[in-house]
Design a protein around this ligand. Structure first.
Ligand code: NAD
Length: 363
């Protein structure tokens, strides 16, 4: 996944103070790599339903607390994501902290991946790694030289390959289920949809929505992505103002943590359903969204397609079966919306309750 990727929580010190991070994890391992000298972190949130699985994020952080916060938050989200998708997996996440503002020379990068592999191996299978922001399936092959606890290898190596097409398929299913709930129809023809972030997932979601006849607004900090807008006859929006677009559905496929007390009052959409991880600055923002009459589809339900696809590797990878299960995200979301209506709580609370029921008393 490209390094430009975002999905990074905007974890600057201000955010760290404003939205404190809970520690409810099974174990957290922080090690300095003997080859690269770089720090690697693995957070194992839960192994109650099976080994924890989550991507390896290679990123430069302004502050080591921000790196730890990413590992803690993302691993917790993986526990909920796997439980709601009913997978025999727990939640974990890996981070490799790289120096700011420069590209790592390839030898040091390789050294960092091998150091990270040692950290994974030290956990004896309680954590399985995969690709994430800043790493690719090729990097997984390097990690596989030191540990067998790695998923998401290239198709040519018997793995499930790039998870993004599956994630995009699941996001489309989620958009349709959310539109059905908010507007009484899952048909996307003439539905006004704004996709923010046109990377691996967002570009595919945009193409899917365009094929279904939606009226698209597209935004990305990378102006080269404007070519996709032209190709799909979509309107281009300034990325700073895209969240304020006057559309039916907002589809965040870039930044995490962007829904907070400042942005929510500026929203003009009725539905939010996108791939970006950890969209809410904190859980209380789910109530704020509901108070503004916005249906927010929980990110960890919407973006589970990549994980569902990787989980297929556990029983021998079958692409058709993986696609069928990924489309099931629409049904899962319908259940979450039904539960939310019947208990009179937000979809976030309903999704977390569903996960907690599946996790039993182990969480
Ligand atoms: P990517 O790096 O391929 O794409 C991200 C895109 O967002 C890039 O084009 C980048 O230029 C753009 N961007 C960055 N900051 C932006 C901003 N402020 N405004 C507008 N655009 C911005 O990443 P991806 O693989 O497409 O993942 C997108 C999001 O979905 C991330 O949050 C990721 O954690 C999450 N996610 C991805 C997968 C997957 O299978 N790839 C699975 C689950 C969740």
């Amino acid at each position: 996944m490209a390094r430009a990727a975002a999905g990074i929580s905007a974890a600057v010190p201000d955010t760290l103070d404003r939205y404190p991070e809970k520690l409810d994890h099974q174990e957290v391992l922080v090690r300095r790599g003997r080859r690269s000298g770089l720090f690697t972190i693995v957070a194992v949130h839960s192994t109650v339903r099976g080994p924890s699985l989550g991507g390896c994020r290679m990123w430069s952080y302004d502050d080591s607390r921000a790196a730890l916060r990413d590992a803690l938050r993302l691993s917790r989200a993986m526990t909920y994501k796997a439980a709601v998708a009913d997978l025999p997996l727990g939640g974990g996440k890996g981070v490799i902290i790289v120096p700011p503002a420069k590209r790592l020379p390839s030898e040091r990068r390789r050294a960092a991946l091998l150091d990270f592999a040692d950290t994974v191996e030290a956990l004896g299978g309680r954590y399985i790694t995969a690709e994430d922001v800043g790493t690719s399936s090729r990097d997984m092959s390097v990690i596989a030289q030191r540990t067998s606890h790695v998923a998401g290898l290239a198709r040519s190596r018997g793995g499930s390959g790039d998870p993004s097409p599956s994630t995009a398929l699941g996001v489309e299913a989620a958009i349709r289920a959310s539109c059905e709930r908010a507007f009484g129809s899952s048909v996307l023809r003439d539905r006004r949809i704004c996709v923010i972030g046109l990377g691996h997932v967002g570009s595919r979601v945009a193409r899917r929505c365009a094929r279904a006849g939606a009226k698209l607004v597209l935004a990305d900090v990378d102006v080269a992505k404007r070519a996709l807008a032209d190709q799909l006859s979509a309107r281009w929006a300034n990325p700073d103002r895209a969240v304020e677009s006057d559309v039916d559905v907002l589809v965040p496929c870039a930044l995490g943590g962007f829904l907070d007390h400042d942005t929510v009052p500026r929203l003009r959409c009725k539905v939010i359903a996108g791939a970006a991880n950890n969209q809410l600055a904190d859980d209380g923002i789910a109530d704020l969204l509901a108070a503004h009459g916005i249906l927010w589809a929980p990110d960890f339900v919407v973006n589970a397609g990549g994980l569902i696809n990787i989980a297929e590797e556990l029983d021998g990878y079958d692409p058709a079966s993986a696609r069928r299960r990924v489309r099931g995200i629409g049904d899962t979301l319908r259940k979450v919306f039904d539960d939310s209506a019947s208990i009179g709580a937000t979809p976030l609370t309903a999704a977390m309750e569903l996960a907690r029921r599946r996790l039993g008393s182990g969480l």
